[in-house]
Design a protein around this ligand. Structure first.
Ligand code: MG
Length: 232
């Protein structure tokens, strides 16, 4: 039997005793916060409704593959989709952040791919169940190289795109977001304390589609190629 108390955590008879500050600081992992349905054309292509507030879900840190590893097509899906997204990195701790101060909580921006097991997601959605596993599985969060926001136009004026086997498949512009980055930060920080190193995937534009083993995906932010991933 596991016993939890205010001073620590004891697991069965294996004298593991950690107090909560150890738990918090020794296992200080970052989190990946994702926004869904943030571009009207993408909401339409999946037959979803626009929401009056951002649709938020999390991926665990294990969704980020080890450096330079390919994306390994998971055995539990036959319909993995690419979703190119602008990603921001949180630079300090914040809670209940006001929209007007939200821009002081990030310095760096990139593009990422929110890989989605669309068949699994559809099945779970149809049952009214949470669809986290279709989004948060190992390797599902590809993160490009970060660029200082000082080297980029304003965050609401960024063009980004995804090439599959050198063909353009998704092309977005952050001005088309239904909820801009600062609104997203204000909203999610009502529920989750943001910490340095946390990532926010800000939603995908239209053009999501399946990937196959052998595909090569390349993500661009403005004229910068910031990610490249092979499907194995
Ligand atoms: Mg997405």
């Amino acid at each position: 039997m596991c016993v939890y108390n205010a001073k620590g955590l004891n697991l069965n008879n294996n004298s593991i005793a950690l107090n909560f500050t150890d738990v918090i600081y020794k296992f200080n992992q970052m989190k990946i916060i994702c926004v869904g349905r943030n571009y009207a054309e993408h909401v339409k292509e999946l037959g979803n409704q626009q929401n009056s507030e951002p649709v938020v879900f999390l991926k665990p840190d294990t969704a980020i593959p080890q450096k330079d590893m390919p994306f390994f097509y998971p055995g539990f899906s036959n319909d993995v989709h690419h979703e190119i997204e602008v990603v921001i990195k949180i630079n300090r701790v914040g809670k209940n952040i006001a929209p007007k101060f939200a821009n002081t909580y990030y310095d760096e921006v990139t593009v990422g791919i929110d890989f989605t097991a669309r068949d699994l997601q559809a099945e779970l959605k149809s049952k009214g169940l949470p669809w986290e596993i279709s989004k948060g599985f190992d390797g599902s969060a590809i993160v490009g190289s970060f660029v200082s926001k000082s080297q980029l136009p304003a965050l609401n004026n960024l063009e980004f795109r995804l090439l599959k086997n050198s063909m353009l498949v998704q092309h977005g512009h952050t001005s088309m977001m239904l909820f801009d980055v600062d609104t997203i930060i204000a909203y999610v920080s009502k529920f989750y304390t943001l910490k340095k190193g946390d990532l926010i995937f800000t939603g995908t534009p239209a053009g999501v589609g399946p990937v196959q083993i052998g595909d090569v995906l390349e993500g661009y932010l403005m004229d910068r190629k910031l990610l490249s991933v092979c499907i194995k």
